[in-house]
Write a protein that binds this ligand. Structure first.
Ligand code: SAM
Length: 245
């Protein structure tokens, strides 16, 4: 199955009933197009993640991508790594992992990523981790489970290891929150999404994607024990964080 050049039309036709968003076969098949047209500066974020991760990855350690989807981040990182590290991709969508396997085979990189099916809501066992990535994924973990998950990540990481997180974020107050979301929908229109597609996807994500404010994410990482937390990316309602143990 081809993984690229498949255009996202998941919400293009009017649905009788909009169900909760799922990373199922329909989404997995168009995911690379969907995410690159739905996340501003996606390619630049991925480039930054790979260069930051490459700087923190250490010889013989594990590098985890939690919510790895089709493996975009780990594939880019693999090209930049100057050390031998074990790349582990975790996702709870079998369809996403299948797309990842296909993409890696097409790029002559079979077996480069150790892919594992697991649910982050149930927690995670990290071992010998120099880098952990949570890219556009923590926002899908149930809020009640986030603190425990981040603490478990911290516990399993090596000293001086780094956690890289990208999230959709809320504005601190309703004024900027509204303004940022308006700008975000304007971005989606520029990327070719119709009003119907924008409205139906928003409805589908309503109970599934729960964003925190930027400072709430920052506190989550600091409270889990990370000694330094910095914002490395910000675009209206999107933010990237680097946290060091
Ligand atoms: C928006 S995508 C992540 C995009 C990807 N990291 C990237 O950089 O392109 C969110 C991913 O997280 C996965 N996911 C959502 N909830 C999860 C959970 N509870 N456990 C494991 N994976 C989860 C989804 O299946 C999906 O592949």
């Amino acid at each position: 199955m081809a993984t690229r050049a498949v255009i996202d039309k998941v919400f293009a036709n009017e649905l009788e009933r909009v169900s909760d968003f799922k990373f199922d076969e329909a989404v997995a098949g168009v995911f690379d197009d969907m995410v690159s047209r739905s996340v501003p500066m996606y390619a630049e974020i991925q480039r930054m993640l790979a260069e930051l991760a490459a700087g923190f990855a250490t010889e013989g350690s594990n590098v985890y991508d939690l919510g790895c989807s089709t493996g975009t981040t780990l594939a880019l990182l693999h090209e930049q790594l100057a050390v031998e590290a074990h790349l582990i991709g975790i996702d709870n969508s079998a369809e996403m992992l299948e797309q990842c396997r296909t993409k890696m085979a097409e790029r002559n990189m079979p077996g480069v990523i150790d892919l594992r099916l697991a649910d982050l809501d149930e927690g995670i066992a990290i071992e010998n981790g120099s880098v952990v990535l949570l890219v556009l994924t923590l926002m899908f973990v149930r809020p009640l489970r986030r603190e425990k998950l981040v603490r478990q990540i911290h516990a399993g990481m090596n000293d001086n290891g780094c956690l890289l997180v990208v999230e959709k974020v809320l504005g601190d107050g309703s004024l900027f929150n509204r303004l940022f979301i308006e700008r975000y929908y304007a971005y989606k229109r520029r990327r070719g999404y119709s009003e119907l597609e924008i409205a139906q996807k928003r409805e589908a994500l309503e109970n599934v994607l729960v964003p925190y404010r930027l400072f709430e994410n920052r506190e989550l990482f600091l409270n889990a024990g990370f000694r330094e937390v910095e914002v490395f990316f910000k675009w209206y309602n999107f933010a990237g964080f680097v946290a060091v143990k």
